[in-house]
Unconditional design. Structure first.
Length: 191
């Protein structure tokens, strides 16, 4: 007589699910996810190779150099990073109409009327050997200078800080005080 085959014993699936869940939790806890970060900056419009760059009066250029030793030079003179923000603000705003600082022109801005807009441009250039930390520190000071100028302008025009303005009002303030930072390709700076 032939034997009947017995069914195979079943494996308890609940413990297998528990082990899979614990492995998933382990990998989630021990794995790090890097988030890309960078400098928020609007890139300039693309221009054709045969198009000439705009002419900028020497008076309207504020030159910031960082050498391979992370030394800061403003318009050819060594300076401290702590002085940079105030010097940029003075250059762009030119409150005393100094002929050595940037020119200002009347410009009509919707919602604000005629405002005195600076023609000044901050030109930032660094050496190939400049530390990234020093470069970011200079970048932060430059952006902070423009943010402070916008805050001060917003307080005089609207009675509140730039960040609290409506989107339309913020755009008007950006037209009156644009972030005018030009970055050149890194080179070997002799100093």
């Amino acid at each position: 007589m032939a034997r009947k085959s017995r069914p195979l014993p079943e494996i308890n699936q609940s413990s297998l699910a528990d082990i899979a869940f614990m492995l998933l939790i382990f990998f989630l806890v021990t794995t790090t996810m890097d988030v890309d970060s960078g400098i928020y900056r609007k890139l300039p419009q693309w221009i054709d190779q045969d198009q000439e760059p705009p002419k900028i009066n020497r008076r309207n250029t504020f030159i910031v150099l960082i050498n391979k030793n992370n030394d800061l030079a403003i318009n050819g003179e060594f300076a401290q990073v702590s002085d940079l923000k105030e010097r940029v603000k003075e250059f762009i705003l030119n409150p005393r109409n100094d002929i050595n600082l940037s020119e200002r022109e009347d410009k009509f801005v919707e919602g604000l009327g005629d405002v005195k807009k600076s023609k000044g441009v901050v030109s930032l250039q660094n050496d190939r050997g400049t530390d990234y930390g020093a470069y970011i520190q200079i970048q932060n000071e430059l952006v902070a200078a423009f943010n402070e100028m916008r805050d001060e302008f917003s307080m005089t025009q609207f009675g509140s800080k730039f960040i609290t303005l409506s989107v339309g009002e913020q755009e008007n303030v950006r037209q009156a005080i644009p972030t005018s930072i030009s970055e050149a390709e890194p080179v070997e700076i002799k100093r």
